[in-house]
Design a protein around this ligand. Structure first.
Ligand SMILES: Cc1cc2nc3c(=O)[nH]c(=O)nc-3n(C[C@H](O)[C@H](O)[C@H](O)COP(=O)(O)O)c2cc1C
Length: 222
């Protein structure tokens, strides 16, 4: 990544820290990133929400969506929140992509590791796998935008699986970069899959934006 991009993102990440702090307090992010706001303040507010907090509750839709899986990676819980609601609404199998080696809990350290992984093309290992992958026809694939791209660990998951004939439904959360062309990257790398209309939510709009999830799922009619 060019140095100017890195400087921009350091500003973004600092504002992201503030947003994460606000999110942790249940408040919405109020500020836009600015490169001049660079700070070295560590934070340990991320909660690295884990898969065991997610339970499928919708048994009726489980029958309808028995061959669906919700697969996600989430470092600080925003994407996990979306995943949890998709699992509840669809009854799909839940699979959190948990790294074998955890990412740093301090935001700036995590951004450094993520950037280095991206530059090196590292494909991080993760724990476990989706049950009965061959029988899964719809994969809701969730991730935070990291350095205007898919996190490398999502690229690992994609590379490890056969996508032929499956429908992939992307969902993501971000600070300010939007999709960053990640659905196109998914279409390019999930060979043989159809990529359905995804849902991308700004972290500053959470948790209110979770209300968009049901309507989006209904529109997909999968
Ligand atoms: C390593 C790292 C890189 C990030 N890169 C971006 C980025 O390029 N653009 C952006 O809008 N947000 C970026 N963010 C912010 C996250 O996308 C945002 O906080 C997201 O909601 C986090 O989701 P999570 O809680 O599921 O991890 C980054 C955050 C981290 C930790």
């Amino acid at each position: 990544m060019k140095e100017i991009d890195r400087r921009s993102f350091l500003g973004l990440s600092t504002a992201g820290v503030a947003s994460l702090l606000l999110a942790a307090c249940g408040a919405q992010a109020q500020q836009e990133p600015a490169a001049s706001e660079a700070s070295t303040t560590d934070n340990e507010t991320t909660d690295n929400e884990s898969a065991d907090t997610v339970e499928a509750e919708a048994t009726n839709s489980a029958a309808k969506n028995g061959s669906a899986a919700v697969v996600w990676f989430s470092w600080s819980g925003n994407t996990a929140g979306v995943a949890e609601r998709i699992v509840s609404a669809t009854g799909a199998q839940a699979f959190e992509v948990v790294p074998e080696v955890a990412y740093p809990e301090v935001y700036e350290d995590c951004t450094d590791v993520a950037l280095q992984e991206q530059r090196d093309g590292t494909m991080p290992a993760y724990q476990g796998d989706v049950d009965g992958w061959d029988g899964v026809s719809v994969v809701y694939l969730g991730y935070p935008i990291w350095w205007m791209d898919l996190p490398q660990i999502i690229k690992s998951f994609i590379a490890d699986h056969d996508w032929a004939g499956k429908t992939v439904v992307p969902f993501s959360t971000y600070f300010s970069s939007g999709w960053s062309d990640t659905p196109e990257k998914i279409a390019d790398t999930c060979a043989g899959a159809t990529v359905a209309e995804g849902l991308s939510l700004a972290q500053g709009d959470l948790p209110d934006a979770y209300t968009q999830i049901d309507g989006w799922l209904e529109g997909l009619a999968l």
